[in-house]
Ligand binder design. Sequence first.
Ligand code: PLP
Length: 377
Amino acid sequence: MSDRYSRFSDILGKLGSESRHRIIPAHRLRKGWLDLCSNDYMGLSHYDAELRCRYDREFGDRCFSASASRLLALDQDTHILLEAKLEDLYGNPALVFNSGYHANTGIVSALNLPDTLFIADKLVHASMIDGLVLGRCDFKRFPHNDIVALERILQKEAANYATVIVMVESIYSMDGDKAPLREIAALRDKYDNMLFYVDEAHGFGVRGESGLGLCEEYGLLDRVDILMGTLGKAAYSAGAFCITKPELKDFLINTARSFIFSTALPPANIAWSIVTIDKLITMSDKRRYLREISSFVRRSLDMPDNDTPIVPWIVNSAQKAIKYSERLMSWKILALPIRKPTVPAGQERIRFSLNASLCHGDIEDLIQAVNICRSES
Ligand code: PLP
């Protein structure tokens, strides 16, 4: 047998020995099971029939392929409709991307003009980091949510660059904590050459009166230069968008390689996003409920106070994370282990993604299950 592939198998073997070999889970959500791993934060999947009804009525004829990139495709009216809707909601131009990963990698690398410094929170998502690497950007990181350290970098560096771009997530994907957005916006007021880039992947649909994200909730929409939102999480669809200024939208259309060199999302998918977003913006009562249960779960499990639906149960070892995930599954609770490289070694966890369709009984079951696991260890 050729050992053509042995280098790859060796790496897989090493991952296995460190409890880090990952497989694509084959679970299907069965009746009576609790899904705490998907990012359907507003429980929109429970409105599937209602959403499909409107989709079929208004958009049933939409095509399942765009057949070309946005700059070449013929059938663009659905994309334009979605962008117009987002522009209407946010009050600034919107540009749709194929995914959050496409958006972050494409936008970040496009913004890398000469004399630009990027300053990113230590925990920003891999797609932002990949954008920095792909774009060969000059960048610095600041310790997570450390506004003093961020300001220190700005004081030292801002005058040496034409543009500095500060990058954060509004709600961090693996810890569920919030960025100090107001304080960073105040730094933007102070530094004329600073652009503020906020990834709202976990805020869109979940926070703000209309679900536009944490920047809406804090009244900061006018002070953010690039807001990236994803459509595959709370919006129960696929794709992503960025909200930005007219000059930057035009600039990105002309320079963001992930926008230019990839086939556009199918019009059918875009139409589905229009339908789900229309539902999402009406769900403010559900958003309040989700905040309440998120705080309640954390309080009940003696975790630091927070009201976002990402609840990390940090167990500090990959083996424990796997063991507890399996134990939870024995009670029909689906919550998967998160290991390196998604989180640093030693910070392995079960990440509970709460959603607005959970009832009080579900919450009690979850709390009881975690407490049993803790008492067994
Ligand atoms: N940004 C953050 C913070 C995320 O958690 C994700 C999630 O996957 C992305 C970007 C990428 O979004 P998408 O899944 O649409 O590619």
